[in-house]
Design a protein around this ligand. Structure first.
Ligand SMILES: NC(=O)c1ccc[n+]([C@@H]2O[C@H](COP(=O)([O-])OP(=O)(O)OC[C@H]3O[C@@H](n4cnc5c(N)ncnc54)[C@H](OP(=O)(O)O)[C@@H]3O)[C@@H](O)[C@H]2O)c1
Length: 208
């Protein structure tokens, strides 16, 4: 891994920040993105390592293009990109418990952040991932995005946006297999993880 260049998108906290911590000692160069302001933890890590921080609100395609342009000025290739962006609750947006709580603009927000951001990234990453070595584009999805597994209902927007993420990236994987054959496109379910996203829903969880 020490010759590998890595990009973690959505690295400010939670699972993305965890990946950055794990990957830093094993990689040649690590790039990490934050939405609007780097968290103190991420900034401190960047101050004492080869980590480079880039602003990237994933709902703004221009910021994706600009961030990747900065990377391309410095390295020819990326070996691993992990998309860790996602939200379940954000300000007034809480996961819907019933049809009565469906609001179109909130559904759109789930799709914008949880699904469309990843495929926009896939759209612009090909020049950095297409090379003679193996590369991986991994997106953190969620088991609740499984249609077959949906036995309990609720969380319309989050579930649907993760199902859409799965289909968008499955389709991107097929296109990558032609355009960038050494790239593996993967979707991963992390399991319930102790982060801000899951904090309000941890009642009844075993501590470990
Ligand atoms: N935690 C779990 O139990 C669990 C379970 C299944 C799946 N997941 C998935 O795992 C992934 C990571 O979640 P997490 O648990 O680490 O949550 P988290 O701690 O809340 O982190 C979410 C990350 O997404 C970023 N983000 C949100 N909106 C963004 C936007 N518009 N543009 C750019 N970045 C944005 C946040 O950046 P800022 O800090 O800059 O806002 C933050 O870095 C998500 O896709 C989530 O759906 C988590």
């Amino acid at each position: 891994m020490t010759s590998q260049n890595v990009l973690v998108v959505g690295a400010n906290r939670g699972i993305g920040y965890g990946f950055v911590q794990q990957l830093l000692p094993q990689s040649a160069q690590v790039y990490a993105t934050y939405r609007s302001m780097a968290s103190p933890e991420l900034a401190a890590l960047a101050a004492r390592s080869q980590l480079q921080l880039l602003p990237m609100d994933i709902t703004d395609e221009a910021q994706i293009v600009e961030g990747l342009a900065v990377i391309r000025q410095q390295v020819e290739r990326l070996h691993l990109v992990i998309y860790c962006v996602g939200f379940l609750h954000e300000g007034e947006i809480q996961p819907e418990k019933s049809l009565q709580q469906i609001q179109p603009e909130r559904l759109l927000r789930y799709f914008q952040v949880n699904s469309i951001g990843a495929v926009l990234l896939a759209k612009h990453l090909i020049p950095l991932l297409k090379h003679s070595e193996r590369s991986v584009l991994a997106c953190i999805s969620a088991k609740v995005g499984s249609i077959a597994d949906n036995q309990s209902g609720g969380w319309y927007g989050y579930r649907a946006s993760k199902a859409a993420l799965n289909m968008l990236m499955r389709t991107a994987a097929l296109e990558y297999s032609r355009k960038s054959p050494k790239t593996i496109v993967a979707l991963l379910h992390p399991g319930t993880t102790d982060t801000r996203l899951s904090q309000p829903f941890q009642r009844g969880m075993p501590p470990d």
